[in-house]
Design a protein. Structure first.
Length: 161
């Protein structure tokens, strides 16, 4: 899901989109019956598509944590994510998701297969822990913590003045 425009980072070059670059690289290996490019979709449709997922792959370079990862956790998906900050500040490997080395393709494949073949009781433990972690990591919690920090700093500044 998503458009062909660049939201973060840069375009692949040559006037191509990332989808075009990916299709040139692996297009012949993709099963067109199982590969869908939906473009940008309404939020309600996005959530319905997520409900069809057996795993949520969250691969990123160090940057800010995306709302989509927290939302996938809160909705009850096993997230396979990059083992880098800020992802590994929220996902504890094997407890509330799975982590993979950022450039470790073999590990990404094996952990994704592990997720797809996961026993229901293990999947249930991971998704329950993910829901719990997401509930204390949302933007409302972060905003409240920031406001409290700022209020404390202002109070301390007034006392020094």
């Amino acid at each position: 899901m998503g458009g062909d425009d660049v939201s973060y980072g840069c375009a692949p070059g040559g006037g191509k989109t990332w989808r075009q670059a990916m299709l040139e690289e692996v297009g012949e290996k993709l099963d067109p019956a199982r590969t869908h490019f939906l473009g940008k979709v309404a939020y309600a449709d996005y959530k319905r598509v997520l409900q069809l997922s057996a795993a949520h792959l969250y691969l990123t370079y160090p940057f800010v944590l995306s709302w989509s990862m927290l939302e996938a956790m809160a909705t009850g998906y096993v997230v396979v994510g990059s083992d880098i900050a800020p992802v590994n500040e929220v996902i504890e490997d094997g407890v509330n998701g799975l982590l993979v080395g950022i450039f470790d393709v073999e590990q990404l494949v094996s952990r994704t297969v592990e997720t797809l073949e996961m026993a229901p009781h293990r999947r249930g433990r991971l998704t329950q822990a993910a829901k719990q972690r997401a509930s204390v990591s949302g933007i409302g919690k972060g905003t409240s913590a920031l406001e409290a920090l700022c209020a404390g700093e202002c109070t301390a500044e007034r006392k020094r003045a």
